[in-house]
Design a protein around this ligand. Structure first.
Ligand SMILES: NC(=O)c1ccc[n+]([C@@H]2O[C@H](COP(=O)([O-])OP(=O)(O)OC[C@H]3O[C@@H](n4cnc5c(N)ncnc54)[C@H](O)[C@@H]3O)[C@@H](O)[C@H]2O)c1
Length: 353
C-alpha cells in the first residue's frame, strides 16, 4: 500500500485526490494547501484525510512514501527537489519545471536515490491518444506528414506562466508520443494583452526530423472552447476532437497523391482521394485515473512510467526553445539553444522597461 501526500488542491488538485482515493493500492494520507478555504473543501469530501497548510508537514515526515505536486508551475521544482531529497517518490503536474536545467536536476536526483519521478502528461493515458498511437503504429495513416492542434478557451488565466507553458504541454506531449521522430527546432509567436509579460495567445511550430511538423495554437482569450488535433498522413487523416464525446476520433480515408510529371501539360498533376470516414470504437476510461494508477504502480513495482522525468524534460526543452523564439520575434531556434531562455527573458524584461 503506497501512502500518498498531495500538495496543492486549487482547481486541479481535488481531481487528483479523488483519483488516488479510488485506487485500492494506495491511501491519501495527507493533503496540503496554503489556503485554509481549499482545505475545507477537501475535508467535506474526504473527512478522514489529514490536512495541513505547511508543505513541510508532508515532505519532512514519515507519513508518506510519495508526494503529488499540483501547485502553480513556478513552485514545482523546489517542492519536487525537496521531496526527492527526503527520499519520496514524486508526481509533478505538467509542466515538470520551468527550465531544462531544473528538469535535469530532478532526474539526476531521482536516479541517484532510485525514486520514481513522474510528470502529469495526462493525455498520454487517454483512450483517444492510445487509439491515435495505434493508427500510427499499424501504418493505417501511412507516413506522418504533420500534426496540428488547437487548444482554446476563455480562461482560466494564469499568473505564473503564459498560455504556452500552461496549455501547450498537453499538445506537445501528444505530438512527441505520435511522431516517431526527433524534434529539432521550433519557432513561436504570440502576444500578451492582459498582462504585459504573459502571452495570452501563442502559435508554435515544431520541426521534426524526416520533414515532419507539429503546429500548436493555444489561447486562453478565445470565446469558443476548442480541443482539436488533426493528424495528417500519406494514406489517411485523423481528427481528434476531445470535446465530442460521441465521436472523439474520426478517420478520413482522404488525401492527395502527386502523380508523375506529365510532359504534355508541362505541370504536376494531383489525384484527390475521397474515401470513407469512420469513427473507431474507443475503450473509454478516465485518463486521470489511469495516470494515477500508473504512478502508484511504478511506486509499488519500481517500473519506469511512460511519463517519466525524461518525458517531462522533452516537453520543457521545446517550451524553453519556444520562449526564446517568442521573445526574439519568432525566429527558428534549435532545441539545443533553448538554454538561452533566461537571457531572452531578461532582455525582454529590459525592453519592457
Ligand atoms: N493535467 C491537467 O489537465 C491539468 C489541468 C489543470 C491544471 N493542471 C496543472 O496543475 C497545477 C495546478 O493548477 P491549478 O489550476 O490547480 O492551480 P490553482 O492556482 O487553482 O491551485 C494551486 C493551489 O496550490 C496552492 N499552493 C501554491 N503554492 C503552495 C505551496 N507552496 N504549498 C502548498 N500549497 C500551495 C494554492 O493555494 C492553490 O490552492 C499546475 O501545474 C497546472 O499546470 C493540470
Amino acid at each position: 500500500m503506497a501512502r500518498i501526500g498531495i500538495i496543492g488542491v486549487g482547481y486541479w488538485g481535488p481531481n487528483l485526490v479523488r483519483s488516488f482515493e479510488a485506487n485500492s493500492e494506495c491511501e491519501v494520507v495527507i493533503v496540503c494547501d496554503r489556503s485554509a478555504d481549499r482545505l475545507r473543501n477537501i475535508s467535506q469530501q474526504f473527512p478522514n484525510v489529514r490536512l495541513t497548510t505547511e508543505a513541510d508537514d508532508v515532505l519532512d515526515s514519515d507519513l508518506v512514501d510519495a508526494v503529488v505536486i499540483a501547485t502553480p508551475t513556478n513552485t514545482h521544482f523546489e517542492l519536487a527537489r525537496q521531496a526527492l531529497d527526503e527520499g519520496l517518490h514524486v508526481f509533478v503536474e505538467k509542466p515538470l519545471a520551468t527550465s531544462s536545467h531544473e528538469c535535469q536536476e530532478l532526474i539526476a536526483l531521482a536516479e541517484a536515490k532510485n525514486l520514481v519521478l513522474f510528470v502529469g502528461h495526462v493525455f498520454l493515458y487517454s483512450a483517444a491518444v492510445l487509439k491515435l498511437k495505434q493508427l500510427v503504429n499499424t501504418g493505417e495513416l501511412g507516413d506522418l506528414y504533420y500534426i496540428s492542434s488547437r487548444r482554446l478557451n476563455l480562461g482560466p488565466v494564469r499568473h505564473d506562466v503564459n498560455a504556452l507553458w500552461d496549455l501547450a504541454p498537453h499538445d506537445i506531449s501528444v505530438m512527441l508520443e505520435l511522431m516517431d521522430s526527433r524534434p529539432v527546432s521550433v519557432s513561436c509567436s504570440g502576444l500578451a494583452y492582459l498582462h504585459e509579460q504573459l502571452h495570452d495567445v501563442c502559435s508554435l511550430t515544431i520541426q521534426f526530423e524526416s520533414r515532419k511538423m507539429g503546429i500548436v495554437h493555444v489561447s486562453w482569450l478565445d470565446p469558443h472552447k476548442t480541443r482539436l488535433m488533426t493528424v495528417v498522413g500519406s494514406k489517411k487523416m485523423a481528427v481528434y476532437n476531445d470535446i465530442d464525446s460521441q465521436e472523439r476520433i474520426k478517420v478520413y480515408d482522404q488525401g492527395i497523391d502527386a502523380i508523375p510529371y506529365n510532359d504534355s501539360f508541362g505541370e504536376f498533376q494531383y489525384a484527390y482521394r475521397y474515401g470513407d470516414t469512420y469513427s473507431p470504437r474507443l475503450v473509454e476510461h478516465e485518463p486521470l485515473k489511469a495516470e494515477c494508477n500508473s504512478f502508484v504502480d511504478s511506486v509499488i513495482t519500481g517500473t519506469t512510467p511512460k511519463t517519466d522525468g525524461y518525458n517531462g524534460l522533452q516537453v520543457v526543452r521545446i517550451l524553453e526553445a519556444a520562449t526564446v523564439s517568442l521573445l526574439n520575434g519568432n525566429g527558428q531556434v534549435s532545441l539545443g539553444e533553448g538554454d538561452g531562455v533566461h537571457d531572452a527573458l531578461e532582455a525582454a524584461a529590459q525592453r519592457a522597461g
